[in-house]
Design a protein around this ligand. Structure first.
Ligand code: FE2
Length: 278
């Protein structure tokens, strides 16, 4: 991976940074293949979680996935009796949340020294990966991800979370590309999704300022693009009604110098994962 156009000024101004050509086509294909192989090895009858943004599976399957690689399903792929209405490969919403730690291929990709240097060049002292996920955004049923700020889910004191979102396929308006509010990271953090028990969490309002939906812009990007997202940038994605999938790999990085809040939904028994040393 070669990142040559890291522009901290633009990132601080806009709250996001688009770096095309960050990942070569062969690597995109390899990661997609690896994720699909993991899904193929799952037993569809043993899966416990449907994932829909805003209505997260508030149960052990989700709440204990911080140190696991678990399949979450699209709500649109499950019938009234809870059975899959299509093959699992076309029903999975995402795999999460420790691919960067438990899958050797994803680990090698995620901990790349260049990504650690990127996080440092965007202002982090001790960048560490705290979460990762493969997002499938399935054809026809890939669900909407409502506007949100990642710091709502992964908060440190001070707030440091950085999203690194890799397009493993072309992302278009038709297949549900990212949508952002440029410069929206300068507004307040609206919500907190915090743990309320061993297997439960809830949304708490921090600030009632609404998101400026009129300011949302789509980020259409070609395969291999890395989008860096400030932890307070409002972003989401529309449903995928097209015939094309929109596979993406996303990971979230925090600064190890900041204090991890113990009531974050995501729990880890081990420290967050550092990048490889240069
Ligand atoms: Fe996000």
């Amino acid at each position: 991976m070669l990142l040559t156009r890291v522009d901290r000024t633009a990132f601080e101004r806009d709250g996001f940074l688009v770096i095309e050509g960050a990942v070569d086509a062969a690597t995109c294909a390899r990661l997609r293949g690896r994720a699909e192989a993991r899904v193929a090895a799952e037993d569809p009858t043993s899966l416990g979680g449907i994932f829909a943004s805003g209505e997260r599976a508030n149960d052990a399957w989700f709440m204990e996935s911080g140190e696991a690689i678990r399949c979450f399903l699209e709500a649109g792929a499950v019938d009234a009796e809870g059975r899959l209405d299509r093959p699992l490969a076309r029903a999975v919403n995402k795999l999460g949340h420790a691919l960067h730690e438990l899958d050797p291929d994803f680990e090698a990709f995620s901990r790349d020294v260049h990504l650690g240097n990127l996080a440092r060049s965007l202002g982090m002292q001790d960048p560490r990966i705290v979460q990762s996920m493969m997002i499938f955004k399935q054809p026809a049923i890939g669900g909407e991800v409502r506007l949100h700020q990642d710091a709502s889910f992964l908060l440190t004191e001070p707030s440091t979370v950085l999203g690194l979102w890799f397009a493993l396929e072309d992302a278009t308006v038709e297949n549900g590309c990212l949508q952002v509010i440029p410069a929206g990271h300068r507004g307040p953090l609206r919500q907190r999704f915090a743990r309320t028990g061993a297997t439960s969490a809830d949304y708490r309002e921090l600030d009632a300022t609404p998101f400026d939906h009129a300011a949302v812009v789509p980020l259409e990007v070609p395969r291999g693009t890395l989008v860096c997202l400030h932890g307070h940038l409002p972003h989401g994605s529309a449903p995928n009604h097209s015939a094309a999938s929109r596979h993406a790999y996303a990971m979230h990085v925090i600064d190890g110098q900041a204090r991890w809040l113990e009531d974050n939904w995501l729990r880890r028994s081990r420290p967050a994962v550092p990048f490889y040393a240069s």
